[in-house]
Ligand binder design. Structure first.
Ligand SMILES: C[S@@+](CC[C@H](N)C(=O)[O-])C[C@H]1O[C@@H](n2cnc3c(N)ncnc32)[C@H](O)[C@@H]1O
Length: 267
């Protein structure tokens, strides 16, 4: 494990203890999770087996097992893994949900298991500079026809770029920095890397077919501006409605606070 991932582990372990409370109080995050689930359920069938990368506290894993899927939830962070283990005990889920502490660039440590779906939500994959360090492990883990859906922060966020109009030009263009951007979380610093749709596609070899992408938070505000859902309800709803119309269309399906991207694997 690199020292960068050590800081990631410490930061997210600190965050893990209040993660679910913060998540449940944020309207934008709730709507975003629903948009991600709507996308995934176009491809995920009941009874299928998911591998979740950077699963956090297991909120999504818990959701998927409720629709008759089994999940191996993985994460790097000690604290996040503890939270998943608590959920497994609390909801008596040992036959449907399991977890393993592993960095997504070390997936060769998952052995003797095949999956129908690989899922990663909310930018966990933005902690790595090169996604091919993850994709190279996938063929050994996947059944023929398996899907991969990743929710990743791309380079172009119109919301952040609009910040340039307000004079915050540096912030508006920060996602374009080649060597990543220093993130600050819970008093820890680590690098974050933004991946364009084209870079994401390049990280998958020819056994993966690109299916589609959609923008998440195209024109509407990101979760740290959840205050706008109450203070500017009309504007917020308008922007979410515009998002719903444009998010699957070019060029908006290359942009957003996050992108939802799906590929299909064939042997
Ligand atoms: C923003 S949280 C998202 C968690 C979860 N997917 C969700 O939607 O709530 C990012 C997660 O990525 C995990 N992560 C970061 N780098 C990782 C790595 N190299 N391998 C596995 N997980 C990692 C963190 O520990 C953290 O749980």
């Amino acid at each position: 494990m690199t020292s960068t991932f050590d800081s990631v582990n410490v930061a997210f372990s600190k965050q893990s203890v209040h993660y679910d409370t913060d998540d449940s109080q944020n309207t934008i995050l709730k709507e975003w999770r629903q948009q991600v689930y709507d996308h995934v359920y176009e491809f995920l069938k009941p009874g299928q087996r998911l591998l979740e990368l950077n699963a956090g506290t297991g909120l999504d894993a818990l959701y998927f097992v409720q629709s008759d899927n089994t999940v191996l939830a993985t994460d790097l962070s000690d604290g996040m893994i503890r939270e998943i283990e608590k959920k497994i005990q609390l909801h008596s889920l040992t036959s449907k949900l399991s977890c393993q502490q592993v960095s997504y660039d070390r997936l060769e440590t998952i052995t003797d298991q095949k999956f129908d779906y690989v899922f990663s939500n909310f930018g966990g994959l933005n902690c790595i500079d090169d996604l091919s360090k993850v994709t190279k492990h996938l063929p050994a883990l996947l059944n023929d026809g398996a899907y991969v859906t990743w929710v990743i922060m791309p380079r172009i966020s119109l919301w952040e770029m609009a910040g340039a109009l307000k004079g915050n030009g540096k912030h508006a263009l920060r996602r374009f920095q080649k060597n990543g951007v220093m993130a600050h979380l819970e008093g820890e610093y680590f690098s974050t890397f933004y991946h364009s749709l084209s870079d994401i596609k390049k990280s998958f070899d020819s056994s993966f077919l690109f299916i589609r992408s959609e923008g998440l938070g195209v024109l509407s505000p990101p979760p740290h501006r959840d205050d706008l859902t109450k203070k500017r309800t009309g504007l917020y709803s308008l922007l979410r409605n515009i998002d719903a119309i444009v998010r699957n269309l070019f060029p908006f399906n290359h942009t957003g606070d996050h992108l939802i991207v799906t590929f299909q694997y064939h042997k």
